[in-house]
Design a protein around this ligand. Structure first.
Ligand SMILES: O=C(O)CCC(=O)C(=O)O
Length: 353
């Protein structure tokens, strides 16, 4: 257990359908800590949560977003009609048909859950609906022009998540590349479940994908099949519109829609998770070419040092940072100094690769 938290306002959530409950046990859980975003200083967020590797739900993070009053299932249907959108890996659907299936979803017959549509790539017209940028979704090393193109995500990897009642993210997992994640709820309610990295031995990681769990339902648990689950501490919350959950690197998580639900998700890299990020991508690249693996490790280690210096300059001398363009373009540490998401991508070539 990572600590005792004050109770949140999340309610106990409905159990899954009675057929699915047969022989299963309702998991005990603790609430994820909850704070009001209008009273949380950015520095405090970094110190108490991001750099401490501690999850938190922050409310009122998106009150100025047009998305908060525009985005509804009907709105997407009208706006995008039959435009094909990526729902899952290798599965595209016309947007209007997808929305019909989402609205018809039920716990007994869950509809599809969209988790592969990146705004920057496929729906850039939605980006103006999610500004001003959420300050708790920074720093954003992923967006830095110093990131090699393969890993660079100009909007911080903003992804659309849509599902109907009973549908869920397909797998309990932790994010690759040692990334932190932030998920902001825009419409409807979604239940969010997390487990600490220390509980990994009890979570039945897949052999081929060690960041994916075999456990299909962490709410109604099959303890005969997964007896070790009883030793893990589950943290839960219900995300309501305007709530954001911060999920630190290596924390297991999964979500299910309690009503029709629309959210956006993005990933964070900064000094707190950089070293393990570099290690993970360097090892992966070395699998295809040891020379490339070495070059990537060398380049990203050096880039990390530059980014850390630029970030600390912005934290310690914000006035100077605002006056100088280059540091905030290269290392957007906060929503105040970051350029708005743009489609321009600077190409970085890694020497030796
Ligand atoms: O559906 C959700 O909110 C979970 C999203 C998520 O974990 C992911 O995209 O990696």
């Amino acid at each position: 257990m990572y600590s005792q938290f004050p109770a949140d306002q999340g309610q106990p959530t409905p159990e899954t359908s009675s057929a699915a409950q047969a022989g299963r046990t309702r998991a005990p859980w603790l609430p994820i800590e909850r704070v009001d975003g209008t009273r949380l200083e950015y520095d405090e967020f970094l110190a108490r949560y991001m750099h401490a590797g501690r999850p938190v739900v922050i409310s009122n993070v998106a009150s100025e977003w047009a998305a908060m009053h525009q985005w509804t299932p009907e709105h997407f249907k009208q706006r995008f009609g039959s435009k094909p959108v990526a729902i899952a890996y290798g599965r595209d659907m016309p947007f209007d048909q997808f929305i019909d299936e989402v609205v018809a979803s039920s716990p007994e017959k869950p509809g599809p859950y969209m988790y592969r549509s990146f705004l920057h790539e496929v729906l850039p017209e939605l980006l103006p609906d999610v500004i001003p940028q959420n300050k708790f979704a920074f720093p954003r090393r992923y967006a830095s022009p110093l990131m090699p193109e393969k890993w660079r995500r100009p909007d911080g990897y903003l992804k659309l998540l849509i599902g109907g009642i009973g549908s869920k993210f397909p797998v309990m997992h932790f994010d690759g590349e040692n990334a932190h994640a932030v998920i902001t709820q825009i419409y409807g309610d979604k239940e969010f479940i997390v487990y600490a990295p220390e509980d990994t031995p009890y979570l039945y990681a897949k052999k081929a994908f060690p960041n994916h769990s075999v456990v299909d339902d962490p709410v109604m648990q099959d303890l005969e099949r997964f007896p070790l689950l009883a030793q893990a501490t589950q943290y839960r919350t219900v995300l309501k519109p305007g709530d954001m959950v911060f999920v630190p690197a290596k924390w297991w998580h999964v979500a299910r829609a309690l009503s029709t639900s629309i959210s956006v998700c993005s990933n964070i890299l900064d000094g707190s998770n950089w070293d393990d990020y570099v290690e993970e991508v360097a090892v992966a690249e070395a699998g295809t070419s040891p020379k490339r693996g070495k070059a990537i490790r060398r380049y990203l280690t050096a880039a990390g040092r530059v980014l850390a210096k630029l970030e600390s300059m912005q934290y310690n001398s914000p006035a100077l940072a605002r006056a100088l363009v280059l540091p905030r373009v290269l290392a957007p540490v906060s929503a105040e100094v970051a350029p708005e998401p743009s489609r321009t991508q600077l190409q970085i070539r890694i020497p030796g690769s």
